[in-house]
Design a protein around this ligand. Structure first.
Ligand code: DUC
Ligand code: ZN
Ligand code: ZN
Ligand code: ZN
Length: 493
């Protein structure tokens, strides 16, 4: 009897509906939704008045790098660990993350990698969390462990078509797709042609073109488009579901759209970097452009952004993730110079680790831009991530009696006015944001995780506790999988 928490006077927005409801929470779950005023507030332990602000399922960020070794060029390792990364997440309205459990080429066992990563996350997280296996060495042992990974609640993995430490050959990609298909695992693919961009980099360096802006020159759109098309072809051959991560290029998006139109289980992700940054951001004074070096790189112009926004609106992109990949800009080693800044090594773009922080800014930046219908915003930042990665409907919606009480409550529209984003507002362990100075008009006012208020912007800020976040065992994707039932059979070709 009695509820733990009532959220009243909110405009409740899910991927499927928008309406005025009061939400009752009990024992960490959504208990019920009722028309405004019907529940009466007397029996609740606490009442939050949303004052007409949007109330949404908590954000889900299914592309986050925390506590990883140096894998992405240069010497930088992740500057956020599970504590600081998930702290930042909760302050930006994201209640569940899926981070990577990275397998270096030298480690044969994925189960070992998972166990080690679990140990780093355990008792350290502010958000609920899970892991994608990052498969760098799909040898016999790793492939044989897929059934056990599924039993342990891991239903996705990521592979790379670039980076010396991670790049797989096409035959290795087929091995992974075949084994994943069999176990109901979704394969995420980083689609850039590693051989081509390495060759391009060599040509640029021969001409002493080292500045950060040449990072973009070294990997033009066709490098992404070719690899995306190849990834689609390999997935079609295997009849296996894939998700192409961090798509930046309109032409890559067009290939993905075409595959989807043909009915292939081909999904795609994009990120705020590809909606808000351009190549010009790599060409800032000094070495500052290094702060916007990610792969794929920000593209040429607002026309590219427009195409990505359209892809979000029309369903080409299933999810909008942060690809939070945090490195310190002023990362001084003992007695040495900064490892990212211009002194090291001789200020070459090829020495800059690839990746941008953004776990805390993803939702506010995107909502403030006001370019997606609200329900679509919820779909790509929460609901679809839950569906694609086997968290739905425990996460990603607010189904009474079923869903965890994870909510992001926004300010009433207009209440905050406009303000500029600065890194000093953020809670990550990174000394910059690539989005410094961008104008915002929204920020999460409250973040609620399993019924606990973990962020109250006007009432103490971060209230969550490290270790409150729990590992979530995931099931299979609930989005369409292989088109043919049964095992893949080479003899049908
Ligand atoms: N790919 C990622 O997914 N994150 C950062 C670097 C990269 O290339
Ligand atoms: Zn081996
Ligand atoms: Zn990647
Ligand atoms: Zn990433």
């Amino acid at each position: 009897d009695g509820f733990d928490l009532l959220v009243i006077n909110g405009l409740v927005v899910t991927a499927s509906d928008t309406a005025n409801y009061d939400i009752a929470i009990k024992d960490g779950k959504i208990a019920l939704l009722a028309p405004p005023g019907v529940l009466g507030t007397s029996s609740a332990k606490r009442v939050i008045d949303a004052e007409g602000g949007y109330v949404m399922p908590g954000g889900i960020d299914c592309h986050v790098h925390l506590e990883e070794p140096a894998l992405f060029g240069g010497k930088g390792r992740s500057s956020d660990n599970f504590e600081t990364g998930t702290r930042s997440s909760i302050c930006g309205g994201t209640t569940t993350i899926v981070a990577f459990a990275p397998q270096a080429k030298t480690i044969p066992s994925l189960l070992q990698v998972l166990e080690d990563t679990q140990a780093r996350a355990k008792d350290n997280c502010y958000t609920d969390y899970s892991f994608h296996m990052l498969v760098g060495h799909p040898g016999e042992q790793a492939l044989s462990e897929f059934p056990r990974l599924r039993e342990l609640g891991i239903s996705s993995l990521k592979i790379y078509m670039t980076y010396a430490a991670l790049q797989l050959r096409d035959d290795q990609i087929l091995d992974v797709l075949l084994a994943s298909r069999k176990e109901g695992i979704t394969t995420m693919i980083h689609a850039e042609n590693g051989d081509v961009l390495t060759w391009m980099t060599k040509k640029l360096e021969e001409r002493k073109l080292y500045a950060p802006k040449y990072h973009a020159t070294s990997r033009p759109q066709i490098v992404e488009t070719e690899a995306t098309n190849r990834a689609i072809a390999l997935a079609e051959l295997m009849d296996a579901p894939i998700l192409v991560v961090h798509v930046s290029s309109p032409s890559a998006a067009a290939h993905l759209r075409n595959a989807q139109t043909r009915g292939l289980p081909v999904y795609a992700e994009t990120c705020p970097q590809y909606l808000f940054l351009t190549q010009a951001d790599l060409d800032k004074p000094g070495f500052e452009g290094a702060k916007c070096v990610c792969s794929p790189p920000p593209r040429e112009s607002a026309h590219d952004h427009d195409a990505i926004w359209i892809g979000l609106a029309n369903g080409t992109f299933t999810v909008l993730s942060s690809d939070h990949c945090p490195f310190m800009y002023e990362d001084y080693e003992k007695g040495k110079k900064s490892i990212i800044s211009e002194e090291y090594p001789e200020g070459r773009f090829s020495g800059i680790p690839n990746g941008c922080p953004g776990i805390e800014t993803r939702l506010a930046l995107t909502l403030s831009a006001n370019r997606l219908p609200l329900q679509k915003f919820v779909e790509v930042t929460s609901t679809n991530a839950a569906r694609l990665y086997g968290l739905y409907p425990q996460k990603g919606t607010i189904l009474p009696g079923v869903s965890d009480a994870d909510l992001t409550i926004w300010y009433p529209p207009g209440k905050l006015g406009t303000f500029k984003l600065t890194n000093s507002m953020l809670h990550h362990n990174v000394d910059y944001t690539p989005f410094e100075g961008m104008e915002l008009n929204q920020w999460p006012r409250y973040t609620i995780l399993r019924g606990e208020v973990v962020w109250d912007r006007d009432g103490g800020g971060l209230l969550g506790k490290k270790g409150y976040g729990k590992f979530v065992a995931r099931g299979k994707s609930t989005l369409p999988g292989p088109r043919q039932a049964g095992e893949w059979d080479v003899s049908v070709f």
